[in-house]
Design a protein around this ligand. Sequence first.
Ligand code: TEU
Length: 547
Amino acid sequence: LQSQDWWRSAVIYQVYPRSFQDASGDGIGDLKGITQRLDYIAALGVDAIWVSPFFKSPMKDFGYDISDYRAVEPMFGTLADFQELLAAAHQRQLKILIDQVWNHTSDQHAWFVESCQSQNNPKADWYVWADGKSDGSPPTNWQSAFGGSAWTWEPLRQQYYLHNFLVEQPDLNWHNPEVRDAIAQEAIFWLDMGVDGFRLDVINFLLHDRQLRDNPLRPEDHPLPAGAREGDPFFFQINQYNFGRPETLELLGSIRQLIDRYPGATLLAEISSEEDSILTSSHYVQGDDRLHMAYNSSLMTDEPPTYENLRRTIERVEQHFGEGVICWTAGTHDFPRLKSRWQKHQLGNEFGQEAFDHMFAALLIALRGSCCIYQGDELGLTEAQIPFEKLQDPFGIAGYPNVLGRDGCRTPMPWQQTAENAGFTTASEPWLPIPKEHRAHAVDQQEQIHDSLLNKYRRLIHWRRRQPALLRGKLTLIDTAEPLLGFIRESKEQTLLCLFNLSLTPAYYDLAAYPDCVSASDSEFSPRRYGNKIEVPGYGVFFGCIG
Ligand code: TEU
């Protein structure tokens, strides 16, 4: 790969700063903490780190509510700490993507404070303001993704403002060119400092319907989209006018042009859409006037990873993304932990689960595109059960007990099995409790065990770096029978047959068509071979060189 195209097959590691490593001793992770742990991240063999927001923020949504795009939140450190992190990462050939929240700001941002004052101040049109309906009710029936109406009344200005998320997260008005220019200036500030790109939060939310049309109500027989939360009013209607507007795609060209002034810099779009997330996200990455890569929730729903589901997902990605790059993502700070998500679908006994985790890691790194690993998923951390009194996530608190909040995947990293607070902090208490059962999965423990999940991830990611077909090859699904999922990755230099057994019992594949096939990953997976027949064990993997 050209070095400027590194992102096309990058492995990205997501760091959630509050929970990675606390260097200051206040119970909350910080930038210095990340710098201290860079060697750990480098040892994984990843290409880049996506750092969740560390900008100045009242922390209503833990940093996704920014009150100053250019300042570092003091609890995370200083701008100098960030520059140190950036330099130390670059020294280790690690790129840094920062998390830009462009759809909304905090209600404490100076822009919003000004916009609130009157209907004709210089920033009056920077946010989405509207009068209520004739009876005084909100302008439309739109619902916030975090519950309740998406509109809040502002007495000072005597109008409603739009917030697709929390009341404290007013939506910027991207129809206004001044807003677009202002955000571009914030982006330039960080690009000039040397960051390698941005993760773009809810980028499909930027534009709302200018005519402020009501969303249609979801007919009772209209199936809920995959990933929709049962009983959540957000899904009582079809979210057609509040976000996901097709006009949004027209904004992408100028964003891309700006980034292209910085060779090698990249944009990773978060597409938050339960309604056909693959098709929706594919639109954001088609061609040079759109974004570089997109991730979606297709691997983060409750849908179990069966042969059928995975095959369909891969097929649809190949069909819709074309040359566009998907970033395969099976965990983030928003979804229940990968390790726990599918357990109720019975992946077998403990041995079966271990094999499954290994297989799933191999699948992630073998698919076409880039992939993202959320901190702790490489340790196999389970979803933490947190008592109501300790919950922090406003979304989880408001929806308790019906809506599962996001604290369960945000607990601190366990670095040392027996240390106080597992080595995360020297404070008496971390901001979220560290589950007892996570200690057995601590980094220091897993480093000593050759076949720990951590070491498997490390070996797989390093191995991938040496497989041209995985870095540059096209992907073709092959006609394997259930439960064996199979595809071929083929580049100029190499052709790789990739087989994944999605069941607990052994499965067989006839290699007659590839008589010269040799295993490409003998030390990691060792399926048995009987003549031309290959036996892939339960939740096993086979990578074979066929050219
Ligand atoms: O998340 C958008 C998103 O996917 C959420 O609306 C999701 O539906 C919710 O977390 C329930 O699972 C992004 C950020 O990743 C998230 O942390 C922020 O809270 C949100 O945007 C608002 O900025």
